[in-house]
Design a protein around this ligand. Structure first.
Ligand code: F6P
Length: 321
């Protein structure tokens, strides 16, 4: 393999730059040229591609976002768009492609690969952690740490005013961020898509806490299609219980900032593994870490199979309040 490409697509996640840096340095030291594709699949459609050098990836290991930028690219969802992208790959002589993103990114890449014999390797990068085939995705740990910093701060004011706070986190229809941030932040209750809790359940838990002497409470809520859903819950809970409530929607603050050590290490390991996988002739797989060991997962499993929340953590959050 002489020339490979790398791109980041979908929501950016802290640690993506560490991943790009590792991939570039491992590729160059193995005599493989590596091209950076800008703005995800948009860069393949518009031929926005640059060779990456060692210097280009200096001083980025500690930064959030993606030096290659990212996009959600509706044109790539069409057959015509994917054909344009495949033509660019052919013209550029790119034989292998590293995709850093989530299952939607991998699905699009796999469809494009039906048009051109390019080796595709996926690297799980999303704050949501909702990718099958890896225990953790790049960016998740940083997002959770961001959320618990917010919860810690909110706890101070919640306690002082004897209020119930609803802290809304991201997660793209899954409760990974809520579960981990809720546990680490000592939340009283979670509202996650995986548990169909109703308003009554939330109210009775808060009322029970009140009976046990709790003067304030924190409920961590996973955002829905429309961020801000917690305002409705808070209003209803106050109406039913009489507890004073406030809402804090964390939003995109969770997507930025310096990656934690865990995300830098994960990004680095997976970036290096992705290049190695291409050099070894692997294709159509995602590199991940499961139980501390490197694992290759067929790309289609990432969108066909669902990753489950850790049942032990779910059980403990129920107990520890
Ligand atoms: O997938 C990452 C994520 O941050 C989700 O948690 C969130 O639902 C979505 O992206 C927001 O997307 P956008 O930045 O396009 O609004």
């Amino acid at each position: 393999m002489k020339r490979i490409g790398i791109l980041t697509s979908g929501g950016d996640a802290p640690g993506m730059n560490a991943c790009i840096r590792a991939a570039v340095r491992v590729a160059l030291s193995s005599g493989i040229e590596i091209m950076g594709i800008r703005r995800g699949y948009m860069g393949l459609i518009t031929n926005d591609i640059l060779p990456l050098t060692r210097d280009e990836v200096s001083n980025i290991i500690h930064t959030g976002g993606s030096i290659l930028e990212s996009s959600r690219c509706p044109e790539f969802e069409t057959d015509e768009g994917r054909q344009k992208a495949a033509t660019t790959l052919r013209n550029q002589g790119i034989e292998g492609l590293i995709l850093i993103g989530g299952d939607g990114t991998f699905r699009g890449g796999a469809k494009m690969a039906e048009k051109i014999p390019v080796g595709i390797i996926g690297v799980p990068g999303t704050i949501d952690n909702d990718v099958y085939g890896t225990d953790f995705t790049i960016g998740f740990d940083t997002a959770v740490n961001c959320a618990i910093q917010a919860i810690d701060r909110i706890r101070d004011t919640a306690r002082t005013f004897e209020r119930v706070f609803f802290v809304e986190v991201m997660g793209h229809h899954t409760g990974f961020i809520a579960l981990h941030a809720g546990m680490a932040g000592g939340a009283d209750s979670l509202v996650i898509p995986e548990d169909r809790v109703g308003i009554e359940d939330i109210c009775s838990r808060l009322q029970e806490g009140h009976r046990l002497g709790k003067k304030s409470a924190i409920v961590v809520v996973t955002e829905t299609e429309n961020p801000g859903y917690s305002y409705q819950i808070a209003q209803e809970v106050t109406r039913i219980t009489g507890f004073e409530s406030r809402v804090c929607v964390l939003g995109h603050v969770q997507r930025g900032g310096n990656p934690t050590a865990a995300d830098r290490v994960l990004g680095t390991v997976l970036g290096a593994s992705a290049v190695q996988a291409l050099a070894d002739g692997k294709k159509g797989v995602m590199v991940g870490i499961v139980g501390g060991k490197q694992k290759y997962t067929p790309l289609e499993d990432t969108w066909e199979k669902e990753k489950e929340l850790n049942p032990r953590l779910r059980q403990l959050v129920q107990l520890l309040w």
